[in-house]
Design a protein around this ligand. Sequence first.
Ligand code: HEC
Length: 101
Amino acid sequence: MEWVVLNDTMQPVKFTVAHRGSKLSDKDKKDILHWVKTTRAAYYATGTASAETANEPLQPLLSHIAVDVKKATLGKKLFNGRSLSADSTLVCSGCHAYEKA
Ligand code: HEC
């Protein structure tokens, strides 16, 4: 979203030809970029980046992530269950080694 606003590729040319005057206004662009920035800061910042790069989409990896038992239990259940299989015939662990997941 940020990229398309910064590079002015929104909306596609074919759309603006059919819908005259439908380009994003400067205020729309400013609002969208503000939303992207605040949302990224609130939900995706890892706190591991320098001040200059703190709001970049790619963040340095955390050196340690605390284990959330509920998430780990759900992951194990999904990995070994058939619920993610379109026709309920396959399990992730049927092809992937659990220790390497
Ligand atoms: C029928 C066998 C099979 C099943 C079942 C399967 N996978 Fe895979 N998976 C593969 C293969 C083969 C690759 C490697 C594809 C490639 O490299 O082109 C792969 C690749 C992946 C990758 C990318 C790994 C990487 O290093 O890029 C992920 C993530 C993944 N599978 C997750 C899952 C999950 C989650 C499930 C269960 C919902 C699942 N797979 C079920 C065979 C399977």
